[in-house]
Design a binder for this molecule. Structure first.
Ligand code: ADP
Ligand code: MG
Length: 304
């Protein structure tokens, strides 16, 4: 079932068209990445589906029911870092956040969300003593108050150090395992590839492609090889059938094949039978970084 259906949503800011007829379907239980470079319209799209901003045209539909205050309660969001009080603890900040949202006494929910984001041990220390990663986790805890089914997160790892990034990514995966659907905007291909099940790629407000991460981001197998004489190896591999692309970089020769289209034993035997003994042979799933950059690069940059 689609938890969110976006149909032909467009939005302009004056002369800048931020979104151009974007249609996306978010399946229930997915971690859905909205992927695109800065300025591609990700925040605009999230603002629209959260009712923070009105679209010029098009529509969207949550849980197959349109949008209403009741439905909004099933959605937790983190669009920009909320203003927490520096001199208050995590617990007291969440109490205030909850009161502001007008949902009454948060009660045990606060302990529960603090446990979810692994801040329970630090619940009574001042916000000002938290690392950036902890602050971001507290923001996610705030989004989790009220028990939403869906979380919408805009670039949740921005500005964090590597440890903070890993913690947020683990948290997102854990939340998914608990049954949440998570929509996350990111400009990092690597991030989407690591934590998302589905992706939509935006380029200057236009949807380039959408689908399963496996289908959209990975469509070839890369094989890394080396031998005593890599130049000879390179020349020999030119004759091996099925190679889409062959290159020589540093200590390795790289050959790419259609996904599932390579048999390492055959490669090995072919080299051996032609007098080359491999000292390295490794199959790698190829992330389509090059294709991502092609998809999102400015082919025709219009000078203003
Ligand atoms: P992203 O989140 O992918 O970086 P945004 O949705 O923030 O992209 O922005 C999309 C485009 O809309 C950009 O060209 C940006 O400069 C422009 N834009 C965003 N917000 C505004 C605004 N409030 N006023 C004018 N232009 C805006
Ligand atoms: Mg943004």
């Amino acid at each position: 079932m689609a938890i969110l259906q976006i149909r032909e949503v467009s939005k302009s800011y004056g002369r800048i068209q931020a979104l151009n007829k974007v249609s996306i379907e978010v399946p229930e239980g997915s971690v859905f990445g909205i992927l695109g470079p800065n300025g591609s319209g990700k925040t605009t799209l999230l603002s629209i589906i959260l009712d923070v901003l009105a679209a010029d045209s098009g529509s969207y539909n949550w849980f197959g029911e349109g949008s209403s205050p009741d439905i909004r309660k099933k959605i937790g969001s983190l669009l920009e870092t909320p203003n927490f009080y520096h001199y208050l603890s995590a617990v007291n900040n969440l109490k205030i956040t909850h009161e502001i949202s007008g949902r009454g006494d948060a009660g045990p929910a606060i302990d529960s969300v603090l446990k979810q984001v692994k801040l329970f041990e630090r619940r009574n220390t001042k916000f000002s003593t938290y690392s950036l990663g902890m602050k971001q986790r507290l923001a996610i805890a705030a989004a989790l108050l009220g028990g939403p089914k869906v979380l919408v997160l805009d670039e949740p790892t921005n500005g964090l150090d590597p440890v903070g990034i890993i913690e947020i990514r683990q948290l997102i995966t854990a939340l998914r395992n608990q049954g949440h659907t998570i929509i996350i905007a990111s400009h990092l291909l690597d991030e989407v590839e690591k934590i998302c099940t589905h992706v939509a790629i935006l380029k200057k407000g236009v949807l380039v492609t959408t689908g399963n991460v496996d289908e959209v981001l990975i469509d070839e197998d890369a094989v890394e090889l080396s031998a005593a004489d890599n130049s000879r190896l390179f020349e020999l591999l030119r004759e091996f059938a099925g190679i889409k692309n062959l290159s020589k970089e540093n200590a390795f020769v790289y050959a790419t094949f259609q996904k599932g289209g390579v048999n390492l034993e055959e490669v090995n035997r072919f080299c051996f039978n032609n007098g080359i003994i491999l000292n390295h042979l490794l199959l790698k799933k190829q992330k389509l970084e090059t294709r991502f950059f092609e998809l999102t690069a400015d082919v025709h940059e219009n000078p203003l």
